[in-house]
Design a protein around this ligand. Structure first.
Ligand code: THU
Length: 160
């Protein structure tokens, strides 16, 4: 038997003002995108913004459905927009922000497992890491250097 310790490194920023200018702008787009979230059931709004290698920013927000599992997260709306419209462009960075109607979210809201899996597909496909920045409504931001940092021991196409 062997026990193996897996380590990831995160970077934290106290507020969006502390982010590098490009990421500050990207996070503002994610916050803006949150406004168009369709979240009548959870009342939990999420915005995501992806920066592409030509400077284009593509945003997404969560879209819910009366048949609950038919709804979809902000991150997947955004990444599928990129893959369907700009399949050859590389994604450099992802910014995520969330707001709840029941509390002011002051802690970073991490992407869900299904979004990590979906995002990892495109990170692996493009052979370059995607930086991920996530926050609540205010307060600290967490950055990881790649999607796979958020998904250790991932399932990928090599198993198929
Ligand atoms: N949600 C996202 O948009 N992204 C995540 O990573 C976590 C959850 C959405 C899905 C649902 O509309 C609402 O937040 C509550 O789970």
């Amino acid at each position: 038997m062997k026990k193996i310790e897996l380590k990831i490194q995160i970077t934290t920023f106290d507020s969006i003002e502390e982010l590098p200018a490009i990421v500050n702008g990207l996070m503002k787009k994610a916050i803006e995108a949150k406004q168009n979230a369709y979240a009548p059931y959870s009342k939990f709004k999420v915005g995501a913004a992806l920066l592409l290698d030509d400077g284009t920013i593509i945003t997404g927000n969560n879209q819910e459905n009366a048949a609950y599992p038919s709804g979809i997260c902000a991150e997947r709306v955004a990444i599928w927009k990129v893959s369907s419209e700009f399949p050859t462009k590389k994604i450099l960075k992802l910014a995520i922000s969330a707001s709840s109607s029941s509390q002011i979210l002051k802690e970073p809201v991490a992407p869900c497992g299904a979004c990590r899996q979906t995002l990892s597909e495109y990170e692996i496909k493009q052979k370059d890491k995607i930086e991920v920045y996530f926050m609540g409504e205010e307060g600290e931001i967490i950055k990881t250097d790649s999607v796979l940092d958020l998904l250790p021991i991932a399932f990928d196409k090599t198993f198929l």
